[in-house]
Design a protein around this ligand. Structure first.
Ligand SMILES: C[S@@+](CC[C@H](N)C(=O)[O-])C[C@H]1O[C@@H](n2cnc3c(N)ncnc32)[C@H](O)[C@@H]1O
Length: 297
């Protein structure tokens, strides 16, 4: 099992978004997500959803699952979205998704895959829980970006932005080549629908001199114009779940869960989900399903 980048107790929301000048990044990611995600659907899951920064974009979905490995991040998400009955919050690992095959018709994963050492294993899990034809919007950090290309040309960076393999520039922080990531997606059973380069203007100098609205409009244009030149620091892929299992109706909401240990069905008893096969149970508190700490039966 691959290691997780643990955000438990982290001040990510305040430090990274609230106290730093990232309104541009937030806004252009929203532009890309709106472009790639169907505006409505039955059941959507966001993987590594953190504090639910983007969850307002899921207004057209009947059910929404925000999943994260860090319980504290989901508590933050509950503070924002917990009063909306469409939402459930699941503490679990993307490498061991506690859901039935084909449980969702849409999925998103933004700013998360750069923490994953085993991308094929994660994509395999995500493909499994998506119904055939479902949409998966995946954002990844792009190693072949203009800044890395310039630094490489000036010999100020030891790794090449042009080679396909991921680069781990800090422990559990990876940049990926667009071709490599698209190949992994295809091998996991996805069809690549489109790719958008995002955050081309991510430079402090530009943020200081240009109004935010102009930066966002320019980025929105570059996302379209640059589809064949994926040289931005962030890339959004729209992936369609290819044929793998016969298309079926999505399971009803209480039967989407499976044991993350064995994949066996689980049953609900009071505030617990129970796996008789694995002889463990997981706690359910309101809309929060905690698969991180199994208790023996
Ligand atoms: C950089 S934050 C991004 C949060 C959110 N997607 C956003 O864009 O605001 C990365 C998130 O991924 C979660 N994460 C990292 N590895 C994970 C894993 N193996 N399974 C589930 N979540 C994971 C972290 O807990 C953290 O909340």
């Amino acid at each position: 099992m691959s290691a997780c980048c643990d955000y438990e107790g982290s001040d990510y929301r305040v430090r990274f978004w609230q106290n730093a000048d990232r309104a541009y990044e937030d806004a252009v990611e929203r532009v890309a997500l709106r472009r790639l995600l169907p505006s409505s659907g039955k059941r959507l899951i966001e993987l590594g959803a953190g504090f639910g920064r983007l969850a307002d974009l899921y207004a057209g979905y009947e059910e929404v699952v925000l999943l994260d490995y860090a319980r504290s991040m989901l508590h933050d998400a509950i503070a924002r979205w917990g009063s909306d009955p469409r939402f459930r919050f699941v503490v679990a690992d993307v490498y061991r998704l506690p859901f039935a095959a084909g449980a969702f018709d849409a999925a998103t994963m933004i700013r998360v895959v750069h923490h994953l050492a085993d991308v094929p294993a994660a994509l395999e899990q995500i493909r499994r829980v998506l119904a055939e034809g479902g949409t998966f919007v995946l954002e990844f950090a792009n190693k072949r970006n203009l800044k890395a290309m310039l630094r490489h040309a000036l010999r100020r960076q030891p790794w090449s932005p042009y080679t396909p393999e991921p680069v781990e520039f800090v422990a559990l922080h990876f940049d990926f080549h667009p071709r490599w990531m698209q190949l992994q997606a295809q091998q996991a059973g996805f069809v690549v629908q489109s790719a958008l380069p995002v955050s081309f203007l991510r430079l402090n100098l530009l943020k200081r001199i240009l109004p935010l609205s102009l930066m966002v409009s320019l980025d929105a244009m570059l996302q379209r114009a640059g589809q064949r030149a994926l040289f931005a620091p962030s890339v959004f892929l729209s992936l369609r779940a290819g044929v793998r299992q016969p298309a079926a109706r999505l399971p009803p909401c209480e039967s989407i869960f499976r044991s993350p240990i064995s994949g066996a069905p689980v049953r609900r008893e009071g505030d617990w989900l129970i796996s008789d096969q694995d002889k463990v149970r997981w706690r359910v508190e309101g809309a929060l399903y905690d698969f991180k700490s199994p208790e023996p039966l």
